[in-house]
Ligand binder design. Structure first.
Ligand code: UDX
Length: 459
């Protein structure tokens, strides 16, 4: 058993600390946010991550996980100190490592021989760990003996605990092989491949991995956009591609584009890194352009089906940037709702968990109790996050609640045949030619439909 200090109790830090405690270590989690620490001490997790609250409570009850705002308490007797701190984008797209530097400056005077290993788990530009090591040396030449290790995380929100406990690989970068031994020992119980590399290689593996996954998403979105014009359903194309072992099936789901706190900022930071070294990041720029356009394409579909957004009521299903999280950072849905309102549309929205965070950001959007309530009286449903509960929705009932039967499926979560059979004008992403339902009664803008033509429901 080791004594581990985890600095930063966000998505990555809290999952890392709770899982290392689960593996038998004694973990002290440090965060400068006193409110967050109080919440955590009460066994409450300030964001939605399946299984995390229960794990934190269990580890706290076992005494192996404690929380403090004090760096001194955290660093005392620590064998390993993980830095799990945000590296948000600067205006020029570069990653801001100032929070990391501040943490190292706070920790430096607390470090005593035999020195703990300082592990950077944050996603950082290539060269940052070496810079942090130099910072320690500048503070005190003795701290040159502190090993600094790069250990990037590959956790997906919504499945972070499983991703920590069952990694495809653990990457550990260091400037001297001996430094990584203690960190390797922490991960040994996971029985996963451990790749030991140099510091910069580990830092680059993280950026390159995220940028590649983002590239796959923009690639399949571009293929989907082409499919729409040649009457091909991209789902069949993705299946055919993914069956090739060299390609694989993952990250080939087209949609309204990627969001979250990682892909957008990491692709931007890597592009910036290339640009400052004279390597024009043409591919990475295209990945970002395709992604930015994907949300606009969904709006175009909506405009095409509605005629105009001014005066229309649009029900948005799903706000979080992906299912099983309440994270709305860079969520395509937020931007899309803002654009609908800018064009004079009224937005009603539903998300199983993200509405509290979204309400603060979108005060003019009506947050509803369930997907049907959001769709009541609406001219169109815009599905933007593929929560499971949307996949089996009662489309016949839905059609009776809406003013018009338009379903724009931004995540290809609903079966087009089912939608057409229920009388919906359906548009997905790259779904090729979709069966059209019977023509709708004409509707004046803001007008009421005298009677939605009774569409015989096949028995
Ligand atoms: C990602 C990386 O997967 C993870 O390894 C890294 O540590 C952090 O960033 P995360 O952002 O939590 O994880 O979620 P992920 O499941 O990768 O999805 C990212 C975005 O891509 C979401 O908006 C999702 O909707 C979108 N996506 C994902 C697609 O549009 N299509 C896909 O096929 C997969």
């Amino acid at each position: 058993m080791n004594t581990v200090c985890v600095v930063g109790s966000g998505y990555v830090g809290l999952v890392t600390g709770a899982c290392l405690a689960e593996l038998g270590n004694r973990v002290v989690a440090v965060d400068v946010d006193a409110e967050r620490i109080e919440l955590l001490r009460r066994g409450e997790v300030p964001f939605f991550e399946p299984g995390l609250e229960e794990l934190v409570r269990r580890m706290s009850a076992s005494g192996r996980l404690t929380f403090t705002t004090s760096y001194a308490t955290g660093a005392a007797k620590a064998d390993v100190i993980f830095l799990c701190l945000p590296t948000p984008p600067l205006p020029n797209g570069a990653a801001d490592t100032s929070i990391l530097r501040t943490a190292v400056e706070e920790l430096a005077p607390l470090l005593q021989a035999p020195y703990p290993v300082v592990v950077c788990k944050s996603t950082v530009p290539v060269g940052t760990c070496a810079t942090l090591h130099r910072l320690l040396e500048q503070i005190s030449p003795l701290l040159g003996a502190v090993p600094v290790v790069a250990n990037p995380e590959f956790l997906r929100e919504g499945s972070a605990i499983a991703d920590f406990m069952h990694p495809d690989r653990v990457v550990i970068g260091s400037h001297a092989p001996g430094c990584a031994a203690l960190v390797e020992a922490l991960y040994k119980p996971l029985n996963a491949p451990i790749l030991t590399t140099g510091l910069k290689t580990a830092e680059m593996i993280k950026y390159a991995s995220n940028a590649f996954l983002a590239t796959r998403i923009s690639f399949i979105n571009e293929i989907a956009n082409i499919c729409e014009h040649v009457g091909v359903d991209v789902a069949g194309v993705a299946d055919g591609m993914g069956s090739d072992k060299r390609i694989g099936p993952s990250f080939l789901r087209p949609g309204v584009g990627y969001g979250g706190s990682c892909f957008p900022k990491d692709v931007q930071a890597l592009a910036h890194l290339g640009a400052i070294h004279g390597v024009q990041p043409r591919l990475l720029r295209s990945v970002m352009e395709v992604n930015a356009d994907q949300g606009k394409r969904v709006l175009h579909k909506l405009r095409t089906q509605l005629g105009r957004l001014d005066g229309a009521t649009v029900a948005v299903w799903g706000i979080a940037y992906k299912p099983n999280t309440d994270d709305i950072r860079e969520a395509p849905a937020v931007e899309i709702m803002r654009l609908v309102e800018q064009e004079g549309g009224t937005v009603r929205a539903y998300d199983p968990v993200a509405m509290p965070k979204a309400a603060a950001l979108l005060p003019t959007v009506t947050m509803c109790a369930d997907p049907y309530a959001a769709a009541a009286g609406a001219d169109a449903v815009l599905l933007l996050t593929e929560w499971n509960e949307f996949k089996g929705v009662d489309l016949t009932r839905l059609a009776t609640l809406m003013r018009r039967s338009i379903l724009i499926d931004g995540r290809n979560a609903v079966d087009p045949g089912r939608a057409a059979a229920a009388g919906f004008h359906y548009a997905g992403i790259g779904r090729g030619s979709v069966p059209e339902p019977p023509a709708l009664s004409p509707v004046e803008p803001n007008g009421r439909v005298d009677a939605i033509a009774a569409v015989p429901v096949p028995v």
